[in-house]
Write a protein that binds this ligand. Structure first.
Ligand code: NAP
Length: 287
């Protein structure tokens, strides 16, 4: 990479930010497509977020991604927010427009949907109810993606029921019913399901396993885990062994970067085997 007088700038704001894989992702694409650009980690403390975001146009940045803990707070700072991101209550991608305004979206929705299309192309919204485990920030994007796909019944289950209830109230619409179940009932919810998605942090390195009994799940169902460290969670290995199709979390992470890259650098990027391998190296190096 060479920095020139015309190098386009983008980055990711977080606190901390050093764990983020987005610099590896975007700089891989910049190299691959020969774009004169650079994508940098930006350590921004929560009380400096507004100053930092407002400085983007002045510094000539094309935009940025946002990670923990800025995804919600930034909503109130940017100039315009895509409607679905507003309903989700979080943004992760900011684009500086030609007139210096900040427009924002949540590309986790796109990332999950595109990864599902890549890894389980024959799945469709009519395959049966969706079971979503977890009701944190990521769960909101997954539920929104399933609604956009046209799933008519979503069964949501979380350790803390009130958080699941809040998602049901914020996101349910005329075509998609969301029911909330008690955490202890999660295995029984799998009966007749077309897809199950783990959005909890259970199964991540350093966390307990999800420990979900899959006996009631049809073998035709898709099993997705958005945890990507490790890539092969116990949920996915168990599901694969009994014959279910599985979708791992790395693809969502890669696909969610596409809309931002295209907006900032002018080239639509592709998620390839080489990209996966390159970002995977950074995951195993961090373990
Ligand atoms: P979050 O907002 O902190 O939510 C964590 C979720 O996990 C909540 O539903 C929480 O339940 C549940 N949980 C945590 N510990 C639990 C336990 N011991 N028993 C039962 N439930 C437990 O986190 P997030 O941002 O949604 O992220 C969740 C996971 O998704 C993380 O592993 C993250 O790395 C991954 N992720 C992946 C991508 C991707 O692109 N692949 C994108 C975003 C996030 P309570 O509400 O009861 O606390």
């Amino acid at each position: 990479m060479r920095i020139t007088g015309r190098t386009r700038l983008a980055g990711i704001m977080g606190s901390p930010v050093s764990h983020s894989r987005s610099p590896a992702l975007h700089n891989f694409w910049l190299d691959e497509y020969g774009v004169d650009g650079v994508y940098v980690p930006l350590a921004v403390a929560p009380d400096r977020l507004e100053t930092a975001l407002r400085a983007l146009p002045a510094l000539g940045f094309r935009g940025c991604n946002l990670t923990i803990p800025h995804k919600q707070a930034a909503l109130a700072i940017v100039d315009s927010v895509e409607p679905m991101a507003r309903r989700i209550g979080a943004i992760n991608t900011v684009v500086v427009t030609a007139d210096g305004k900040l427009t924002a979206s949540n590309t986790d929705v796109f990332g999950f949907r595109e990864n599902l299309r890549d890894c389980a192309p024959d799945w469709n919204a009519h395959a049966g109810p969706a079971v979503v485990l977890g009701a944190g920030g990521a769960a909101r994007a997954i539920v929104a993606a399933l609604i956009q796909e046209g799933v008519s019944e979503i069964r949501l289950v979380n350790r803390t029921s009130a958080r699941a209830q809040a998602i049901a109230e914020d996101l349910a619409d005329a075509k998609s019913a969301i029911s909330v179940a008690a955490w202890a009932k999660r295995a029984a919810l799998l009966e007749g399901a077309g897809i199950v998605v783990n959005t909890t942090s259970l199964g991540m390195t350093g966390e307990p396993d999800l420990g979900l009994d899959l006996a009631a799940l049809p073998k035709t169902a898709v099993v997705a885990d958005i945890v990507y460290v490790p890539l092969d969670t116990t949920l996915l290995t168990t599901a694969r062994t009994r014959g279910n199709r599985v979708v791992d979390g790395l693809g969502m992470l890669l696909h969610q970067g596409r809309p931002g890259f295209e907006a900032w650098f002018g080239t639509p990027p592709r998620v390839t085997r080489e990209l996966r391998a390159s970002v995977l190296t950074t995951l195993s190096a961090a373990r």
